[in-house]
Ligand binder design. Structure first.
Ligand code: GTP
Length: 597
């Protein structure tokens, strides 16, 4: 395709402002799918994505649109993941586009979260086309929103498109704006091939499918290519695009986005950000911006029922086929038996994997406290990386302990700023910057990652009623006064709840944990002490008093069937429990206990 006829763009929108609905309309208007095929929102194609309203894997659709100028354009709409855990994938998707539609709800106006995404898009030199959506709503105030876009974001919104994705108003205008405002890509057909690997996923029929944006040169079937960062060579056996149905194409030229397959078995071999070139007469310099993504949060996943171990191994293996950023290795624990130590890009990534294991593979799991990777300098001069609190060596042998820090940028409406500053302060944060843009504040903090992995994001969302947005980058290791805190139930350590904490936080966190566990662990026939301890020193303690009567005592008389029902119910409950020092701890307690109040 002639470069002048290509437009590559993404859609930026706050949750619920209508991104998926608009994308569906664009697909429908350009004839990619029939009415019937449209029934499900096509871009969000995973259940979990749909339920949580977040996009996990980038998806791209190619639309053919005949514009008012009589020419037929190739529009590549790229959907991007919307969460900080996947920030690197987002940056690569954005690097593959020249522009973005900024969808703003005409009744809600610009919301803080949108800002981070818009700025990221501006950083990639994107042309931003504002679309004011939901103008059909009685509460719509499009003119006010237009001014807001100009004042808060600082872009010209005088010719913002007025649209209602739901009622199909303004869809042609959106398509025209894409064609007239977003610049075509640049590239040279005669140069050596350079294509950026934007995304990859596993397809049971095709093997690994790779989404690429061709920068220079041409990619076609039968070409022997190499991945410049990964260092592997492959024979291209298929080239195509999604409309959103998969179609095979003879080639992808400069500026085009599409997919390739090359009989690759593992996504690990197709790393996001890599450069694809030809083996013969290939490019000598890889594209800028490549980064190897590393898991930053680790936790143990154990089957509640030890007999499920093999099933867990198989299921984790299958998930991993599609997600190279997630790592796992076998682990055994005195109390939990066999399981896996898994690494994730962040907490949301962890939750998604955990949810898929329980939902798609029907596994009951115990998740141990998430932990970051610490670096230990030992007194004997060696260096250790600690992924698991259970492997913590004797503290007298540790000369220095370092923990990862991040730089966090938070955007929030003014009114929540006070509580947000307090939250950051409570998490050992160091304030770096605070600025105001319109009625919103942008605050930058340096924070220890270990204070963020527990529930920082959830807390931030809850104190700002969902309005604050959060973005972070890692800034390296710093020394910290860190200690290992154990939780003892009936005097026996519960290894799944052991964690490494900063000494200054240990007492508060220990107290919170034991108080929570007191609520979560059912009463037993005997008194159950719950303690938090550093070494031999107990820093917090609660006691669950003994149960007075047997549950069946409630069933007076000879109502045997009722009694049996009650006992069965109890048994069922037991199945999902774990025994520690003769105390049964329900599965939910492990996760719930870690959610600090
Ligand atoms: P996430 O996928 O959660 O990020 O949301 P989204 O931005 O993709 O929003 P989505 O398209 O799912 O729309 C959110 C809600 O707004 C849905 O209930 C839509 O039906 C509704 N909606 C979208 N566009 C319009 C519109 O133009 N007018 C009205 N009245 N409702 C709309």
């Amino acid at each position: 395709t002639d470069l002048a006829l290509i437009r590559n763009f993404s859609i930026i929108a706050h949750i619920d402002h209508g991104k998926s609905t608009l994308a569906d309309r664009l697909i429908q208007r350009t004839g990619g799918l029939t009415e019937r095929e449209m029934s499900a929102q096509v871009l969000d194609n995973m259940d979990i994505e749909k339920e949580r309203g977040i996009t996990i894997k980038a998806q791209t659709v190619r639309l053919n649109y005949t514009a008012k100028d009589g020419l037929t354009y190739e529009l590549n709409l790229m959907d991007t993941p919307g969460h900080v855990d996947f920030a690197y994938e987002v940056s690569r998707s954005l690097a593959a586009c020249e522009g973005a539609l900024l969808v703003v709800d005409a009744a809600q106006g610009v919301e803080a979260q949108t800002l981070a995404n818009v700025y990221q898009s501006i950083e990639h030199d994107h042309e931003i086309v504002p679309v004011i959506n939901k103008i059909d709503l009685p509460a719509a105030e499009p003119e006010k929103v237009r001014t807001e876009i100009e004042d808060i974001i600082g872009i010209d919104a005088s010719d913002a498109v007025m649209a209602s994705a739901k009622s199909g108003i303004g869809i042609d205008e959106v398509l025209e704006a894409i064609v007239t405002k977003i610049p075509p890509p640049k590239g040279e057909r005669d140069q050596p091939l350079k294509a950026m690997l934007v995304d990859s996923w596993y397809d049971p029929y095709l093997g690994v499918v790779i989404l690429v944006r061709v920068i220079d040169g041409v990619i076609k079937k039968g070409l022997q290519v190499k991945f410049m960062q990964g260092g592997t060579e492959h024979l291209i056996d298929r080239v195509g695009a999604f409309t959103p149905k998969r179609v095979d194409l003879p080639e992808l030229g400069p500026g085009e986005i599409g997919f390739i397959t090359a009989q690759i078995k593992e996504v690990e071999q197709a790393k996001v950000g890599d450069t694809v070139t030809t083996v013969k007469n290939g490019a000598t310099q890889a594209l800028p911006g490549y980064k190897e993504v590393q898991p930053v949060v680790f936790c143990g996943l154990f089957p509640v029922d030890a007999n499920d171990f093999e099933k867990l191994r198989e299921s984790i293996g299958k998930l991993r086929l599609n997600d190279a950023s997630f790592s796992f290795e076998m682990e055994s624990s005195a109390a939990l038996g066999f399981g896996f130590r898994c690494g994730f890009l962040g907490l949301l990534h962890l939750e998604i994997i955990q949810e898929r294991l329980s939902r798609e593979y029907d596994l009951d799991l115990i998740t141990t406290a998430p932990s970051v990777v610490y670096r230990l300098s030992m007194t004997d001069g060696t260096i250790k990386e600690l992924h698991n609190p259970a492997d913590m060596p004797d503290p007298v042998k540790i000369a220095e302990m370092e923990e990862p820090w991040i730089k966090a940028t938070i955007y929030t409406p003014d009114e929540y700023l006070g509580s947000i500053l307090k939250l950051c302060q409570d998490r050992r944060g160091i304030q770096i910057d605070l600025t105001y843009i319109g009625g919103r504040a942008q605050v930058t903090y340096e924070l220890p990652l270990n204070e963020v992995v527990f529930d920082f994001y959830d807390r931030l969302k809850s104190i700002s009623r969902g309005y604050a947005s959060f973005d972070y980058e890692q800034i390296g290791l710093r020394e910290g006064d860190l200690v290992m805190m154990n939780i003892l139930v009936n005097n026996e350590p519960v290894d799944a709840l052991s964690m490494i904490v900063h000494r200054s936080q240990a007492e508060a966190r220990g107290r919170g944990l034991v108080e929570r566990l007191k609520e979560l662990i059912p009463r037993h026939m005997f008194k159950v002490p719950i303690q938090a301890a550093i070494g031999a020193k107990v820093i917090a303690r609660e006691t669950i008093s003994a149960m007075r009567k047997d549950v069946t005592a409630k069933c007076y008389g000879g109502d045997i069937s009722r009694k049996k029902k009650l006992l069965d119910k109890q048994k069922e409950g037991k199945k999902r429990m774990r025994e520690y020092g003769n105390v049964s701890i329900p599965q939910e307690a492990f996760i719930a206990a870690l959610r600090m109040g």
